[in-house]
Design a protein around this ligand. Structure first.
Ligand code: DX5
Ligand code: ZN
Length: 220
């Protein structure tokens, strides 16, 4: 398993994304939350902003698309420079075709599940994916409280991933902090999004290192 910390830029200063990325050199990826005010009740950023940041940031971009019609839009995020593109399965019309298209364009293909969406129906398509994202809050906003009820699903997802072999990452997103990251790691997550925990810290890069250390105790 590969322990990775992917800070969410949603909690950073949008007027200075390049500067904010430079404050977290220890981050493995920059998690970019794309919201369209339809799939979720919030509006953030899209292709032009990802393209601009991908050109200047040292870390690769992990694009989390909380949008309707990802079948139409997700491949363009690979062209914009994202190294990993996550679509929500609740919004995808043809998730297998979409995952294949993202991979064919050269990025890692990832599928996200909202807290009430079960993992079991997607067992047979895990081989089409490079990462599964289990949301631990309802998507739409940063700074929400971690939902403990998602922990059993993380554990079930880990079991299914191990059963099917392959090197599929298991990411958690929402309310991840020094207080909750160990529970996620223990349940089987290995990639951790953290927005407010990182950017509300006095030293965001030190927080990335601390989160990594906390999770590391539980990852083998
Ligand atoms: C929520 C986003 C998250 C968010 C996490 O819909 O997908 O990535 O930025 O923020 P925190 O870590 O503050 O919960
Ligand atoms: Zn996210």
């Amino acid at each position: 398993m590969s322990l990775q910390i992917t800070p969410s830029m949603l909690a950073s200063d949008f007027a200075n994304l390049a500067g904010e990325a430079a404050r977290i050199p220890g981050a493995d990826w920059l998690h970019m939350d794309v919201m369209d005010n339809h799939f979720v009740p919030n509006l953030t950023l899209g292709l032009p902003v990802i393209e601009a940041l991908a050109k200047v940031a040292r870390q690769p971009i992990d694009a989390h698309l909380m949008i309707q019609d990802p079948d139409r839009w997700a491949p363009a995020y690979v062209e914009a420079g994202a190294g990993s593109v996550t679509f929500h399965v609740e919004a995808a019309a043809a998730p297998i075709r979409l995952a294949r298209e993202i991979r064919a364009k050269g990025a890692r293909a990832s599928m996200a599940l909202k807290p009430a969406t079960p993992i079991e129906p997607y067992e047979d398509m895990l081989t089409e994916l490079d990462m599964v994202l289990i949301m631990t809050v309802e998507p739409g906003f940063g700074g929400q409280k971690f939902l403990d009820l998602c922990l059993p699903k993380i554990a079930r997802a880990r079991t299914l991933i191990d059963k099917h072999g392959g090197d599929i990452w298991l990411q958690v997103d929402g309310g991840v902090s020094l207080e909750t990251i160990e529970r996620c790691a223990e349940a089987g997550a290995d990639v951790f999004v953290a927005g407010s925990a990182v950017f509300n810290a006095d030293d965001p890069d030190a927080m990335v290192a601390e989160l990594r250390a906390h999770a590391g105790h539980h990852i083998h």
